[in-house]
Write a protein that binds this ligand. Structure first.
Ligand SMILES: Nc1nc2c(ncn2[C@@H]2O[C@H](COP(=O)(O)OP(=O)(O)OP(=O)(O)O)[C@@H](O)[C@H]2O)c(=O)[nH]1
Ligand SMILES: [Mg+2]
Length: 212
C-alpha cells in the first residue's frame, strides 16, 4: 500500500485525549530501541514522521498516526529500558496495560522483536500478555538487514520457539532499513481489518435473530 495521507493526530498522555473517531488501531509494542518508530516510518513511507530515538526510552506518550482516514498506528513507549525511574516505569506500564485491555478500537498489537537475538524475558512476557488477553498479535522480526539472508530462517525459528509462538498469528521478517516485509505487513493489517468486520457482522446477525 502506498500511503499518501498520514498525520500525527495526537501525542496522548491521558486516555481522554485518545482519538474518538473509532477507526481501527494497531498498537506497536516492543523493547525500547528495537525499532518501533522506524517501523512506522517505513510503513508510511516517511523518513522521520515518527520520532526515532536519539535516546532510548524517549517515546513517553501514545502517538496516534492516522493513515488514509482508515486506521491508526499507535506508537507506544518501549519497555525494558533500565535507566527510566521505577515509578515512571510503573506509570507507563499502567497506561499501556489499560490501553491494551480496555481500548475498543484496538484491532491488534504489532509486537516488534529483533531478528538477530532471542526475544528477551520482557518480549516473552509481552507476547504472553497478548495471548492471555486474547489481543490479536502480529509479530515483526526486524533489523533483518543486519544479518545475512541465509540466516533469517534459523533466527526466525529461535524467535518462534522463545515466544512459544502461536502458529495462527502472523510473523514477518522485516527491515526498516530496506523495506523488506512491508507489503506482507500491510496484507496482515488488511486481513485483520477484514476479520474484525466479518466478526462484527456476525454479532449483528446474532443480535437480530435474538430480537426477532
Ligand atoms: N539497521 C537497522 N536499524 C534499525 C532498524 N530499525 C530501527 N533501527 C535503528 O534502531 C534505533 C532505534 O530505532 P527506533 O525506531 O527509534 O526504536 P523505538 O523502538 O521506537 O525506540 P523507543 O521509542 O525508544 O522505544 C535507531 O538508531 C534506528 O535507526 C532496521 O530495520 N535496520
Ligand atoms: Mg520510538
Amino acid at each position: 500500500m502506498k500511503v499518501n495521507n498520514v498525520e500525527l493526530v495526537i501525542s496522548a498522555a491521558k486516555p481522554h485525549q485518545y482519538p474518538a473517531d473509532g477507526l481501527p488501531e494497531f498498537a506497536l509494542a516492543g523493547r525500547s530501541n528495537v525499532g518501533k518508530s522506524s517501523f512506522i516510518n517505513r510503513m508510511i513511507g516517511r523518513k522521520s514522521l515518527a520520532r526515532i530515538s536519539s535516546k532510548p526510552g524517549k517515546t513517553q506518550t501514545l502517538n496516534f498516526y492516522k493513515i488514509e482516514n482508515e486506521l491508526f498506528f499507535v506508537d507506544v513507549p518501549g519497555y525494558g529500558y533500565a535507566k527510566v525511574a521505577k515509578t515512571e516505569r510503573a506509570a507507563w506500564g499502567q497506561m499501556i496495560e489499560t490501553y491494551m485491555t480496555d481500548r475498543k478500537p484496538l484491532f491488534a498489537c504489532v509486537q516488534i522483536v529483533d531478528l538477530r537475538h532471542a526475544p528477551s524475558a520482557d518480549d516473552v512476557a509481552m507476547y504472553e500478555f497478548l495471548k492471555h488477553h486474547e489481543i490479536p498479535a502480529i509479530v515483526i522480526a526486524t533489523k533483518a538487514d543486519k544479518i545475512p539472508k541465509g540466516k533469517w530462517q534459523k533466527h526466525l525459528k529461535v524467535v518462534k520457539e522463545t515466544l512459544d509462538f502461536d502458529p495462527l498469528d502472523d510473523i514477518i521478517v522485516f527491515s526498516s532499513e530496506t523495506g523488506l516485509g512491508k507489503d506482507e505487513v500491510w496484507k496482515a493489517v488488511k486481513k485483520r481489518m477484514y476479520e474484525q468486520k466479518e466478526y462484527e457482522a456476525e454479532l449483528r446477525n446474532e443480535q437480530k435473530e435474538i430480537d426477532e
